[in-house]
Each structure stands twice: as structure tokens, then as C-alpha cells.
Design a protein around this ligand. Structure first.
Ligand code: COA
Length: 142
């Protein structure tokens, strides 16, 4: 597992670090329209950013006030080294600390197994969002 330093904060504190990762992954790699990537929920959410030893941001995730995990992204060259898992664990800690009883997310279908590793369970039908098949998942918190 790669060592990563996790920063936790608001969009005004961490947006300048989270934005380049999301731009690279969602806009450039996945082709998501730029106007759909940025929304008003960023300012209301808690954000986590994973940093290398050289202070480069390589992964990010957010937690909205209504307990949705989203915008989960790790830069391509850093994948499959446990960074996504550390980000997801950290966001679950944030949710528990905020008193949330469960969290939900809209998973891209190919990465459902990634979320299942951290005990999220799929529910409902598969649906299309920005041309990508998704399914809702949720996880109860202690
Ligand atoms: C999904 C994503 C965040 C995973 O990040 P990552 O750093 O590669 O994940 P990790 O290395 O922490 O993987 C944790 C576990 O999930 C597994 N996993 C990761 N990606 C997977 C995938 N696409 N399919 C199946 N299993 C996967 C890993 O093998 C690992 O298993 P292990 O604990 O048994 O070793 C990353 O692939 C990504 O940014 N993808 C593009 C953006 C995206 O799809 N975001 C999600 C939108 S819903």
C-alpha cells in the first residue's frame, strides 16, 4: 500500500488541491462535461485529499451534508495501491464523526467491486448518469 498523507477540510481550504485531480480523472479521462463536474455541493461538503511525500495531490473524495460520498478519484498512475481505500476509510470516519448513521453513493458500475471491499451494498436498478451506467450503494455506520 502506498503511503499517502490525508488532508481533510472545506472546499475553500482544499479545492485548489482537489480540483486538478478531478479535472484529470473526470473531465479529461472520462469525458464528463466541465459544467457538470463543478456544483454548489462542493462548497457545502467536506473534502479529503491524498498527498504524496512531495506535496502533490493524487486522490480526492467528498462527503455532502446529506451523507453522500462522491467525486472519488485517484490519478491513473497511482491506482491499485490502496489510495482509494484510504480515502474511502477517511470519508467514513468523517461521516461517523458528523453523526451520520449511514452513507450512500452512486457508483459507476465497473467500480462496484471497489466499494464492496469496504462493505458498501448495491441497491436499486442500474441507471445512466452522464452516459455512464451507475448503481446506488449504501453502508451503515456504527
Ligand atoms: C475507483 C478508484 C477511486 C479506485 O482507487 P484505487 O486507489 O485504485 O483503489 P485501491 O487501490 O485502494 O483499491 C482497494 C481495493 O479495491 C480493488 N479495486 C480497485 N479498483 C477496482 C476496480 N476497478 N475493479 C475491481 N476492484 C477494484 C483493489 O484491488 C483493492 O482490493 P484489495 O483491498 O483486495 O487489495 C480509481 O480506480 C479511480 O479513480 N477510477 C476513476 C474514477 C472513478 O471511477 N471514480 C469512482 C466514481 S463512482
Amino acid at each position: 500500500m502506498a503511503a499517502v498523507r490525508l488532508l481533510r477540510g472545506t472546499w475553500s481550504e482544499l479545492g485548489h488541491l482537489a480540483a486538478p485531480v478531478r479535472r484529470r480523472v473526470f473531465i479529461e479521462e472520462q469525458g464528463i462535461p466541465v459544467e457538470l463536474e463543478w456544483d454548489e455541493l462542493d462548497r457545502a461538503s467536506r473534502h479529503i485529499v491524498g498527498m504524496t511525500d512531495y506535496d502533490t495531490p493524487i486522490g480526492t473524495v467528498r462527503l455532502t451534508p446529506n451523507a453522500h460520498v462522491g467525486r472519488m478519484a485517484v490519478l491513473p498512475v497511482w491506482r491499485r495501491r490502496g489510495i482509494g481505500k484510504q480515502l474511502l476509510q477517511a470519508v467514513l470516519e468523517e461521516a461517523a464523526a458528523a453523526g451520520m448513521r449511514s452513507v450512500a453513493l452512486s457508483a459507476q458500475v465497473p467500480v462496484i467491486p471497489f466499494y464492496e471491499k469496504l462493505h458498501f451494498e448495491p441497491y436499486g436498478e442500474i441507471f445512466q448518469d452522464v452516459g455512464i451506467p451507475h448503481r446506488m450503494m449504501r453502508r451503515a455506520l456504527q
